[in-house]
Design a protein around this ligand. Structure first.
Ligand SMILES: CC(C)(COP(=O)(O)OP(=O)(O)OC[C@H]1O[C@@H](n2cnc3c(N)ncnc32)[C@H](O)[C@@H]1OP(=O)(O)O)[C@@H](O)C(=O)NCCC(=O)NCCS
Length: 151
């Protein structure tokens, strides 16, 4: 990933998610795309000729969620016109190679249960349901339930 690739990454993400999020991507680039990211953080792009046709972001997280160092895939997107030609597989293989070099032996990701394409993709790469379960809750209290201050 180079700074010059960022506009194309933003455009690919916008076609997939329907939202252009430039400030977010600038933050991601500063965190994952610069040389100081070292062995732990990876922001990879796939090139067809000189054109960026896909990207992947991954990171090694040490001892989080009670686990030994583990490699996470945070995002993977391939431009619609470049899909089903092995690009996603190549991106993931490059990340796995980097994780292996860093001594990591486990790969994890999270995905939306409605996203059958990404589920099929990760299953095709050998990933299975893992031992962790995601939990969440809404933090905004319903207006009617907001407590009044006592006098
Ligand atoms: C998932 C994605 C990255 C796959 O990229 P890709 O370059 O098309 O993947 P590959 O060509 O390497 O495909 C590898 C395997 O994945 C599976 N796969 C890929 N696309 C698929 C589809 N549309 N339906 C079902 N399985 C699919 C197949 O098993 C395929 O192997 P095969 O070609 O031998 O059948 C791409 O479709 C994409 O960017 N989708 C949107 C991603 C997204 O929603 N991101 C948000 C969450 S991070």
């Amino acid at each position: 990933m180079r700074r010059a690739d960022l506009d194309r990454v933003i455009a690919i993400d916008a076609t997939v998610t329907g939202q252009e999020k430039r400030p977010y991507w600038l933050r991601v680039y500063r965190r994952y795309g610069v040389a100081s990211a070292g062995e732990q953080r990876h922001f990879l792009v796939a090139l067809r000729g000189k054109d960026v046709v896909g990207f992947l972001i991954g990171e090694v997280r040490d001892w989080e969620f009670g686990s030994p160092p583990c490699g996470w895939v945070f995002a993977i997107d391939v431009a619609p016109e470049a899909r089903q030609a092995g690009t996603g597989s190549l991106l993931l293989a490059a990340l796995i190679a980097a994780f292996r070099r860093a001594g990591v032996r486990k790969l994890r990701t999270l995905l939306s249960r409605d996203n059958t394409v990404i589920l099929s993709f990760f299953r095709s790469q050998g990933m299975m349901a893992g031992p962790l379960i995601p939990l969440e809750m809404d933090l905004d209290p319903p207006a009617a339930a907001a407590p009044k201050a006592a006098r």
